[in-house]
Design a protein around this ligand. Structure first.
Ligand code: NAG
Ligand code: NAG
Ligand code: NAG
Length: 403
């Protein structure tokens, strides 16, 4: 196979796909839902990658899909319709709520050797009037924790949320929501946190790691520490619909339910073609077409920490109404206030070394109340005057006692 070096390193956390498939007796809708969620997350990654073709991006499709599913539960009307179309499923479909819950549990199965922890939380303004029935419906689908906070004390609320994220990512993600992300108009913050720690089934010997050249897309090279080991690896050669050839190699973690797949074009081709083609089916095709043989594998150690604003990528996928203070409809959550999504962001950190991988992500949607315009209601008898602006002449006047 061609060297894995030669392309800018980008990473997609695929952990969720493999793990979800491994649990006992899934409900009928679960595999479809897993596939659709993965596809949605991968499409979002495709947009993000296209927008920043020469910087590192680490992304969690599962984290994004999870927060968007929670938003779908809170939305109504066209806001919900857009989410359903973008995600290709509706929470209202038969079997979907149960499948959603099953998938969340299957991901964090404590019986498994690898450590995958996912958590969702809903931080809600203490006195926000919720639509009757919202909480029970929400509980049925998501294993989230509901926490009441007071966003009037916005720094304190931000501290509570950031502490929660830090705790659920084993300290990997600190200060997740930056100052200024919330104020007294904030009503709700929906968060997903993921922490993953896996040991390679066959670790790389630390002594074999040495500096080697990594060839960047712009033609320059940098010396980076590369790990190496000889062992039995499963790999394959594939090509995109546009005939860009690439290698795929699978690195399994201990416990056999999770693997990292690394894909790199043969030539110094942009990764965008590959990123655009990525979906659940493609990853499944990789998995079933790899051949296993003894090879010497050389792979850089790497550590990425990236933050992504998800608003523009979501708009590009047709999810626009929820960001519009006037069009957003979150009536399933609260019909007492006009709510809209002001921020949608994700932070991911991943460390890959000789012994394995540790990664964490936090994804949040920050929901604000629209500032209600001051009302002026003419519901009593009134006078009217029609004045010519330029000359000051009063052209008409009158009174209205009953319209
Ligand atoms: C939120 O905090 C503000 C300022 O401390 C206080 O005036 C208000 O009563 C609190 N609201 C609730 C619902 O606790
Ligand atoms: C790899 O990183 C993990 C933390 O992510 C650390 O505990 C471990 O010691 C590291 N292994 C090596 C060989 O550096
Ligand atoms: C009225 O006239 C003033 C200047 O005389 C101008 O600034 C203003 O825009 C005009 N208003 C309208 C409604 O035309």
């Amino acid at each position: 196979m061609s060297p894995l070096a030669g392309a800018l390193l980008r990473l997609l956390l695929l952990a969720g796909v493999a793990a979800a498939a491994a649990c006992a007796v899934p409900p009928p809708a679960a595999s479809r839902l897993a596939r659709l969620s993965t596809d949605f997350g991968a499409r979002l990654f495709g947009v993000l990658a296209r927008r920043s073709p020469d910087r590192n991006v680490a992304f969690s499709p599962h984290g994004a899909a999870s927060v968007l599913a929670m938003l779908q539960a809170a939305a109504g009307g066209e806001t919900r319709g857009q989410l359903e179309r973008a995600m290709a499923y509706s929470l209202g479909e038969k079997g979907v709520p149960r499948a959603l819950r099953w998938l969340q549990q299957a991901l964090s199965d404590p019986a498994k050797e690898e450590l995958v922890e996912t958590a969702e939380a809903l931080f809600v303004q203490r006195d926000l009037p919720l639509t009757p029935g919202f909480m029970p419906r929400f509980h049925q689908m998501f294993r989230q924790t509901v926490k009441q906070v007071n966003f009037t004390e916005s720094e304190r609320a931000r501290g509570i949320i950031n502490d929660w994220v830090q705790q659920h990512t084993a300290g990997m993600i600190q200060d997740f929501l930056p100052a200024g992300t919330m104020d007294e108009m904030t009503r709700l913050v929906l968060v997903n946190a993921i922490h993953f720690k896996g040991h390679w089934r066959t670790p790389f010997p630390v002594a074999a790691t040495r500096q080697r050249l990594f060839h960047k897309l712009d033609g320059s090279s940098v010396a980076v520490p590369m790990m190496e080991q000889t062992g039995k690896f499963c790999y394959g050669e594939f090509s995109t619909p546009a005939q860009v050839g690439y290698d795929v190699i699978e690195l399994p973690y201990q416990g056999e339910t999770l693997s990292m797949f690394i894909a790199a074009p043969f030539e110094n081709a942009p990764l965008s073609a590959l990123a655009a083609a990525l979906d659940a089916q493609l990853v499944a095709e990789w998995k079933s077409n790899l051949l296993c043989a003894t090879r010497l594998l050389v792979l850089p150690k790497f550590s990425l920490e990236t933050e992504s604003d998800l608003r523009e990528p979501l708009r590009a996928l047709g999810v626009t109404a929820m960001f519009d203070a006037h069009a957003a409809d979150f009536s399933s959550l609260s019909d007492q206030e006009s709510l809209f999504v002001a921020q949608a962001l994700q932070k991911v950190k991943i460390d890959v070394n000789e012994s394995g991988t540790e990664a964490a992500s936090a994804t949040a949607a920050v929901v604000y109340a629209r500032m209600a315009p001051l009302e002026v209601v003419m519901n009593k008898p009134f006078l009217f005057v029609v004045k010519h602006n330029l000359t000051g002449a009063l052209l008409f006047m009158g009174q209205v006692m009953e319209p």
